[in-house]
Ligand binder design. Structure first.
Ligand code: ZN
Length: 329
């Protein structure tokens, strides 16, 4: 039987992180605790140590042989907009999202990432229980290999998602209906934010509580690079992240914040704003335009930047295999 654990904070290479206790305390001491969502689970229990720290379940990832060297990197598989339907034959623009993810799974396993991340819109349209049941089945081979972190987008549904992924009930969410995952690694800190506002409506919002948490988190941050993941596009439109400007105001003074990854638009694109790299992740499920690839990114984060390799499984495959290297400003 698979044990789907709820993890809200993960540390990689425990021995390399002398500030583990301090970090945990820092997060625990903020008035807002990280939310309780089963967005990160892993069935390989031999590599886990669970430490109950009040409301926050902290997981220390010990990777044998990993060194705390300056050049050490954090290897992640980045997926977005999988749009998994209950009906496996469901089709949109000639794409079958269920089959697309099925095709991506062995590709992800082949690169042996340390973690996999889905940046929202995990479910097809309205986040049905049956959608998540299919998603869970599809992801099991990856979850057996490494932690899988799933953020929620506007086509996800919190309660249904929780129901299928069986969250740990002792983890109380103090940010109502919002969930944040923090992954700690010597070379990078990954923060997956929650922008789900309404199910099956386009706009997203971090909201006041999450922004307040974010300000506290950044105030207490050390000098490691910080990278954010949020589902919604960072524009001015009615279907974007509605508090984009306030988000950037919070990030602006913090030079450790190096990049923001987002999805939502099903476009693969790079940008730059106020000293931060912007990466629009391609969709796994389908594209909205023939010019766009369908697929995922193999990411290696290191202290000075990130190398991102496109795995295009559909749509425009012209850049399949191309690596884009970003240097932190
Ligand atoms: Zn989407």
């Amino acid at each position: 039987m698979l044990a789907f654990a709820l993890l809200t904070q993960i540390f990689w290479n425990r021995a390399d992180l002398p500030k583990v206790t301090e970090n945990s305390a820092c997060l625990l001491s903020t008035p807002l605790h990280l939310g309780a969502m089963p967005t990160l689970w892993n069935t390989q229990s031999s590599r886990r140590n669970f430490i109950e720290s009040g409301v926050l379940t902290t997981v220390l990832m010990g990777i044998p042989g990993a060194q705390a060297q300056e050049e050490s990197s954090f290897h992640l598989a980045l997926l977005s907009d999988t749009h998994i339907p209950a009906d496996r034959s469901n089709e949109y623009r000639g794409f079958r999202p269920w089959e697309n993810l099925k095709r991506v799974i062995p590709e992800v396993l082949a690169v042996e990432p340390e973690s996999a991340l889905i940046n929202g819109d995990a479910a097809r349209l309205t986040g049905e229980v049956e959608d998540y049941q299919e998603l869970k089945k599809l992801l099991e081979p990856i979850a057996a290999h490494c932690p899988v972190s799933i953020g929620l987008g506007n086509h996800d549904h919190r309660d249904n998602f929780q129901q299928v992924m069986q969250p740990a009930t002792e983890n109380k969410a103090a940010i109502e209906d919002k969930h944040v995952v923090v992954m700690e690694h010597p070379s990078v800190r990954i923060v997956q934010l929650d922008s789900l506002l309404y199910v099956d409506k386009v706009a997203g919002l971090l909201g006041q509580d999450q922004r307040a948490w974010l300000e506290q988190f950044l105030k207490q941050a050390d000098d490691r690079p910080i990278v954010f993941f949020v589902h919604h596009t960072l524009g001015e439109g009615d279907g974007d992240l509605l508090d984009t400007d306030r988000f950037f105001q919070i990030l602006k003074p913090h030079r450790q914040v190096k990049a923001i990854f987002y999805g939502h638009s099903h476009v693969y694109e790079y940008g730059f704003r106020e000293g931060k790299h912007l990466i629009n992740l391609p969709a796994v499920g389908y594209n909205f335009s023939d010019a766009q690839p369908v697929g995922w990114l193999d990411a290696r984060f290191h202290r000075k930047g990130v190398d991102l390799t496109l795995h295009a499984t559909g749509g425009n495959k012209a850049d399949d295999g191309r690596t884009t290297s970003l240097k932190w400003a």
